[in-house]
Ligand binder design. Structure first.
Ligand SMILES: [Zn+2]
Length: 241
């Protein structure tokens, strides 16, 4: 075999490796939210309609982009206002966070929550929770049970992750305990998740639909530490359980 013919497979292999490395770098850029929106041929996420494609990448664009955040988080979908960045301890604190009292037509008191998470929550509440509540109960959800966003602590409930900071430590997570309907009745994770019937179906369907917006969406089925709430975050892991 001549020298160039012997080298051809190596050159092809080198090109394949280069393409793989490039794809991984681009994927990582999207995943970490570090590619500026002006470089991406994707429109930013809008709260006006249920996003159809590339939801994760379009939410990740908001991570470090304050101007984009301000233009996306708008009334009547959410009454968000910026919260100054703060470092509160070792690997604790937040950047590009907001506070709000209403999201998707439901009351909730949140401060602080990262912009990216606030957008994901608004999309889920307005385009999944409310339509399902109207369909199943003929009424809207007027209040979300909020068990907190920011907490400078490690992951709890699993010895494998002992010593690892929770996404709550960077206000990039929220725990939701239940949903109050316009008629006044409250459906809770603790009481209704395991009970057979309409309320359980409602909660399980909401969890299934949440996985489009949050990278980690944990239900009471995940472990005992989540018996009374949904945990949602947009960290770097992926889990829908
Ligand atoms: Zn949580």
């Amino acid at each position: 075999m001549s020298e160039p013919a012997r080298q051809r497979p190596r050159r092809i292999l080198a090109k394949i490796l280069l393409i793989l490395v490039l794809l991984i770098a681009i994927g990582g850029g999207f995943w970490f939210g570090v590619i500026p929106q002006r470089w991406i041929p994707l429109s930013p996420v809008s709260l006006d309609a249920r996003p159809s494609i590339f939801v994760d990448a379009r939410l990740a664009m908001l991570r470090f982009d304050r101007d984009l955040c301000r233009s996306v988080l708008k009334p009547p979908h959410i009454d968000a206002s910026p919260v100054p960045d703060q470092t509160t301890g070792a690997n604790c604190g937040w950047t590009n966070a907001v506070k709000f009292t209403h999201v998707g037509g439901a009351r909730i008191g949140v401060e602080p929550l990262t912009c990216e998470m606030a957008a994901a929550l608004a999309l889920w509440v307005e385009h999944e929770v409310q339509p399902l509540a109207r369909e199943m109960y003929g009424q809207e959800v007027v209040r979300l049970g909020d068990m907190g966003t920011y907490d400078c602590r490690n992951i709890v409930g699993n010895p494998f992750w002992k010593g690892v900071r929770s996404q709550h430590a960077s206000a990039n997570a929220i725990d939701i305990s239940g949903f109050t309907l316009a008629g006044g009745r409250t459906i809770t994770l603790l009481k209704d998740w395991k009970r057979k019937g309409k309320d359980s179906i409602f909660l399980r369907e909401l969890h299934r639909r949440s996985c489009r917006y949050f990278r980690v969406a944990l239900s009471p089925d995940f472990n005992a530490a989540h018996a009374n709430h949904f945990h949602f975050d947009r960290g770097l892991m992926w889990a829908c359980r």
